[in-house]
Design a binder for this molecule. Structure first.
Ligand code: NOJ
Length: 719
């Protein structure tokens, strides 16, 4: 394979090579829907037709017909017949939309996560896509940031498992022959999830130690799973924008981790180095990015405009360009594009596969597993013969797909009222809008009050419009919009049982909601089958099992608040009250709802936690076990969680670190013993010299239903 590509490279002119490193959006290409528009954006970017003809990849094309046309026109003009790579953001589904990744995180279900990516890959591949810009594995601790819904949460261990599952789902194990898979592109390297103040694109400031310990593992996990591509982050890492950060990209990603796949910039990020203030002009931007090892420049034109002169002046060696071109050609070869440039694109299959019954079923199953029951004071599940008033802006809304679902169709999403009608007699159901997302009128309230008057129970369908999260959609106030809080308090006057179902993209400050109603179900953006999945849960056909993978803050003033934090030198101890401790005067230190939290319709009890031995050595792992009983009268699934705390380390260690979990299905009255193995390897962490080792001494091992309600035992590491 390498030989062929080298031979091809030898035939390429420098201009042709540089153009391979250019990625442009669909509208530049002949054959694209709406073609003819090309002069406008081309003029803006200052590139000529030759660059388009020789470019290496396209962003955002899909649809078998369109992709085939683009590729055909391209091959007719491209001198060496080098096919285009077609890339797109297939983040949580292509047309069959799955829950947003933060919701998928709450399922703790790697098999279904993998399945969701496999289905997304299949729908995208028959539609002509070759590469998905996913998974996004940025660790997140700040719910003000609009993009938290794209991540699986605040835990490096869990994020790493999900990163692997998504990569497996997208890529399968034979990209060359399995034309229904796509190459994955893990993003955003690195630490994009830690912008100061939760404001998108903002500065990221952290030590290398912390970067390695918390933020890098999930990217590394994706690469260990064979992820073909990496996308740079928009932010700075230690003062240098990631997209021109040689230490991060060439030294760490390429040399230390051995990544030899394609590295692409995020949209416009090469040129943005000028605004960051590390490049005087586009020429210097191009220089910094190519030297850092960025192969493809997405949607700016620093490479096509300046790389040639940089090579001619000797500032960039042609070998560097050749390396990048070879990586891109190798990916094309791996995807089989030289044999079949149209790859999976198939209009007939598009009709059969996209939004098939099977795909919708998988989406419904994962959506039900992703919702988290946050409160339930005896009101859920609903009884099918109850009179229900369904009130709120999400009662009849298709805006439940989430912000990264541009191929998804809101019209085809199952709305909540439709889900209700699958479960109950429509004559017992009254529906009212109650309010808009951010405004409410007296008429809306009156209509809602009327609808609720005869009801046995009021179900409030509330949340954030999907455009209130996602890229560049950050909020400083993360409460539900005031209009909806007002609606809740109005309906409260009726003194009826109330259930809130929340559709949103971030952990919210739930004041004004959780304290006013009897039950809360966090539905996130549940995807195409959302209304059906939520109804499955509300009516008890499925028992809720999701658990939060991102803490819900008490209020915005605590942020960042996350479970794996440090103790400080002055912890706030209820058993030893003291003024001079780390605390707030007006709010608690703890989040409102901790990482790992989620209720079920049954009640699980934990007992007899036992350690096989209390001394662990590198060669002798130990086993910890616990008995879990379903003490209620409904069958259900519990996510049993294992945490470890290194009591005294060279570096301060988090109070808890998730090291394992087990999903256990229990019939009423049933007890199962759950076993976890603890190895010395799990006790390692990055020391001050950045060595990844463990320290002798005592550790706590903790097991429980969430990161707060834990039982602990002590063991010792002796090396
Ligand atoms: C910008 C986003 O940050 C990134 O996640 C996405 O893949 C690209 N745009 C391409 O759409």
């Amino acid at each position: 394979m390498e030989k062929n590509m080298n031979a091809l490279l030898e035939q390429m002119t420098l201009d042709e090579k540089i153009a391979q490193l250019v990625q442009l959006a669909t509208f530049f290409y002949k054959g694209a829907a709406g073609d003819g528009e090309i002069t406008g954006p081309m003029a803006d970017l200052g590139i000529d037709q030759d660059v388009v003809i020789n470019s290496g990849s396209v962003l955002g094309a899909s649809g078998a017909n369109e992709v085939r046309n683009i590729q055909k026109e391209h091959l007719a003009e491209n001198r060496l017949g080098i096919p285009l790579l077609i890339m797109a953001d297939i983040v949580h589904g292509f047309k069959t939309i799955f829950p947003v990744p933060l919701a998928i995180g709450c399922s703790w279900d790697m098999e279904l996560a993998e399945k969701s990516a496999e289905i997304a890959a299949k729908e995208a591949a028959v539609s002509g896509v070759h590469v998905s810009f996913a998974p996004m594995v940025d660790l997140v601790r700040d719910p003000r940031w609009g993009r938290v819904m794209e991540s699986t949460g605040e835990d490096p261990y869990l994020n790493s498992l999900f990163a692997r599952a998504f990569v497996r789902g997208f890529q399968g194990n034979d990209l060359t022959n399995d034309q229904h898979r796509v190459a994955a592109c893990v993003k955003h390297f690195a630490a994009y999830g830690a912008p100061e103040g939760g404001r998108d694109y903002n500065t990221v400031n952290m030590s290398e130690r912390q970067l390695r310990e918390s933020y890098l593992p999930a990217y590394k996990a994706a690469l260990d799973e064979g992820c073909e591509m990496v996308m740079t982050a928009f932010n700075t890492v230690d003062g240098i924008p990631a997209t021109g950060n040689k230490k991060l990209m060439r030294d760490l990603l390429r040399d230390e981790w051995g990544f030899d796949g394609v590295l692409i910039s995020d949209w416009g990020a090469v040129k943005e180095q000028i605004f960051h203030g590390v490049a005087a002009d586009e020429r210097e931007s191009a220089l910094k990015s190519i030297v850092a090892g960025v192969d493809i420049e997405m949607m700016t034109s620093c490479y096509p405009k300046h790389l040639k002169e940089l090579v001619e002046s000797g500032e960039v060696s042609e070998e560097i360009i050749d390396e990048s071109v070879l990586r891109i050609l190798a990916l094309k070869e791996k995807l089989g594009l030289f044999e079949n440039p149209y790859r999976g694109a198939d209009e007939e299959l598009e009709n059969q596969v996209i939004m098939s019954e099977e795909h919708r079923k998988a989406s419904r199953e994962l959506a039900a597993k992703s919702c988290v029951l946050l409160k339930n004071e005896g009101v859920l599940p609903l009884q099918k013969e109850q009179k229900v008033a369904l009130v709120g802006p999400f009662a009849k809304s298709g805006d439940i797909l989430g912000p990264w679902s541009w191929h998804g169709s809101k019209e085809e999403a199952v709305q909540l009222h439709e889900g209700f009608k699958m479960k109950m007699d429509a004559t017992n159901l009254t529906i009212a809008e109650g309010s808009d997302i951010e405004t409410v009128t007296e008429e809306q309230v009156q209509e809602a009050m009327k609808a609720a008057k005869e009801a046995d129970v009021i179900v409030l369908a509330l949340g954030e419009r999907s455009s209130m999260s996602g890229e560049a959609c950050c909020r400083a106030d993360i409460r539900l919009p005031e209009a909806q809080i007002q609606l809740i308090s109005k309906l409260k006057e009726l003194q009826k049982p109330m259930v809130a179902v929340l559709f949103n993209g971030r952990p919210l400050d739930l004041h004004g909601v959780i304290d006013q109603v009897d039950a809360v179900l966090e539905a996130w953006y549940p995807g195409t089958e959302g209304g059906a999945a939520v109804a499955d849960l509300l009516f008890g056909d499925v028992n809720p099992s999701g658990k939060l993978t991102m803490s819900f803050p008490f209020s915005v003033g605590q942020i960042p608040v996350y479970y794996n934090s440090f103790n400080t030198g002055r912890p706030n101890r209820p058993d030893a009250p003291n003024h001079y401790v780390s605390k707030y005067l007006d709010i608690p230190n703890e989040p409102l709802l901790p990482f790992g939290f989620g209720l079920s319709y049954t009640n699980f009890t934990y007992s007899e936690m036992t350690l096989t031995q209390t001394i662990i050595t590198p060669n002798e792992p130990i086993t910890v076990s616990v008995k879990v009983t379903n003490a209620g009268d409904t069958a259900g699934e519990e996510i049993v969680q294992l945490y470890i705390h290194d009591i005294s380390g060279e570096i301060v260690r988090p109070l808890k670190e998730l090291k394992g979990y087990s999903k256990v299905w229990l019939q009423p009255g049933e007890t199962k013993e759950i076993f976890f193995t603890i190895t010395e390897e799990q006790l390692r962490y990055y020391h001050s010299d950045l060595q990844f080792t463990s320290d002798n001494g005592e550790f706590h091992v903790m097991i429980g239903p969430n990161s707060k309600e834990l039982s602990a035992l002590t063991f010792e590491l002796a090396k």
